[in-house]
Design a protein around this ligand. Sequence first.
Ligand code: GAL
Length: 795
Amino acid sequence: MKKISICNEWEFTEIYSDNIFNKENTYESIRIPHTCKELPVHYADEKSYQMICGYRKNIFIDKELEGKRLFLKFDGVGHIADIYLNSEYIYTHKSGYTAFEVEITDKVVYGKDNQLVVRVDSTESSNIPPFGNVIDYMTYGGIYREVWLEISDTSRITDVFVKTPNKGKVDLDISIENPNFIDSIVIDILDKEQKNVCKKIIHKEKIKSKLNNLLCEVNEVNIWTIENPYLYTMEVNIKGIEEKVLDTYTVKFGFRQVEFKKDGFYLNGNKVKIRGLNRHQSYPYLGYAMPKSMQIMDADILKYELQVNAVRTSHYPQSQYFIDRCDEIGLLVFTEIPGWQHIENNEEWKNVAYDSVKEMILQYRNHPSIILWGVRINESKDDDEFYKKTNAIAHELDNTRQTSGVRYLWRSNLLEDVYSFNDFSHTGNNKGLLPRKLISPNKNKGYLISEFNGHMYPTKTCDDAAHRLNQAIRHANVLNSIYEREDIAGGFGWCMFDYQTHGDFGSGDRICYHGVMDMFRNPKLAAYVYASSGDIKDVLAVGSDMHIGDYPGGNVGDNYIFTNSDSVRFYKGDTFIKEFIPGKDKRWSSLPHPPISIFDTIGEALENGEGYSHKKSEAIKDCLLAIQRYGTNIPVKYILKALWVTIRHCLSPWKAYNLYNKYIENWGTSAPIYRFEAIKNGKVVAEVIKESNANLSLDIDVSSNILKESETYDIAAIRVRVVDKNNNIASYCQLSINFEVEGDIELVGPSYVCAEGGMCGCYIKSIGKSGKGILKIKSEQTQEIIIEFSIKKEV
Ligand code: GAL
């Protein structure tokens, strides 16, 4: 089958009417992926993207295509699409989160332009999931994923399902239309180097429309793991007379087995603790409409920046490009049908949900990264009749994966194989999780934490340091409980980044600040809790900038380091204070790399600087540190200790005050410079310096300087951080950042953006031609940055 992108040269109108069929009328020129409404980041109105809009495109169908079969394939249209060809209605698809295909062979006119019109309903009042009640995320709208023209012979392969029951064994189902014209089917398996590792030929007499359980075998197989996600390619060719290839179907797959057991999750028989985050598929300004490169970017951020091993695609199936990338990089995926808390009590709505289960499984079941199907509406009530059906559909279409469904209910009726529970019980001072036995009615099935934290502690990048630290600690607390409890398969934190939501939720500006990153994918401190749990990249983040003026009474309080190093050396000025070893703080002893508490910012400095005995220094130090930590709320035991120390060591209050100023910091003393070195295998692998300074610059992360115009336009994400001279984020620098573009690119979003909490971003889009572009980024307090892009058009 030939697949041709038809993403370019579309027209769009926000108001659909029959006038769209009149070619004399002209509309706005657009390209797909397209959002029906670009939105501001703050105070976006969900009503503004709800509309019945129209898309139109002329497709020239060559005379040479006569005799072939033609299909239109839509990867995702939010939320109901009515398709018309040459003014004739041909098809309706309901649900904005799965792909659909429609045959147009009998409807086209050859050697001419054919007018394709799509009426898109992005209102939230339609009778399909997730609609019918309030929803905590914006649902956007438009033809927001790619569109294709597919060309095939009369005989074609409609589906190939590759199962890998055992190491090296492939169990294959092939579905074919019009098998009578086929002489042979040739199945090839290629390894990463394109070497053929298995060939199988099926001859005419055995060919029928459904070929199930065909067995193939690969010797010396490379299995698919998180660390080495080895992918094979299967090519299925159907051949007619004289070996003429009628259709080819290509699938990437991996040899792997997955199972949730009562005591955890197993990948290829090895127990793996799932450490993941929930991801929505939204972006600033463009909602859901982002091309391939941006989908890949999110998967890469999860794997390499946040260093998680799993993602939940809350609350719907997401772009195939995203999942393809998860396959390639070894990121486990829990995906689920669209929906949010509400089940509409009518069959029409439920039928769309059943269709979504079918479409999700048929469209995604070859992805090795997908480990579990969510077949319930997220956080909905029990509805046994409804969910017996969704489970039956899932199990029938895929007997290699288990089902689950995300609940907030305790002891709900478990029709699935795994109890997934959103545990929002952590308040900062209690245990990370509720006891499993209170929640799940079945101790013999798997148990997974599908969400935690989120709304329990919304955190903005511009919140103060103590707040940002608190969010991070809460994530560490719950993650620790997940690691501690052997029988929990793992958990997905809520959530990867802040997202736009309806007025019924969020912080008033229609944003849920629940992310460990902001909407532009800039990390908050909590991001480093996840990042430091992995081992791909060295991480060193210090929980506080340690400016006394940022804390009530000047008491900096508790400070923590998030690192995956062996130890952290701490210096004050040039003086080495202490080497901190992770794992001393028992609160997080189950984490792979626990946060380090840095209460002791004096070390042996008192002993060395004042010549006191070790015992005396330690006693005085304890009191000074307690004052720093607790301020006026100092616990009685320290008051008593301080009294004892002053008497025992004849320490006058004046002397104690001077020691505090000298070894800690106080109003009126000059602010110290703190330095942290992360040590791994005896070497310094990262350094953080905390020092008051006003020397600002822009730290820019560009997802790619090369934009590729191929199936459609390309986008680069620009992440902007205002940093001080030591590369720390200038968190309170709400500077206005100006973006200007020149050349063959376009800016997405406004040209002035506030660096919230010192961070912001923008997007750069290619405009259909090869060439060069320049992005200038400047602000009043920093130097200008110029970024060059080259745009390559692939023909
Ligand atoms: C959950 C819900 C999520 C999100 C989250 C906020 O109940 O499943 O979609 O709303 O709360 O913490």
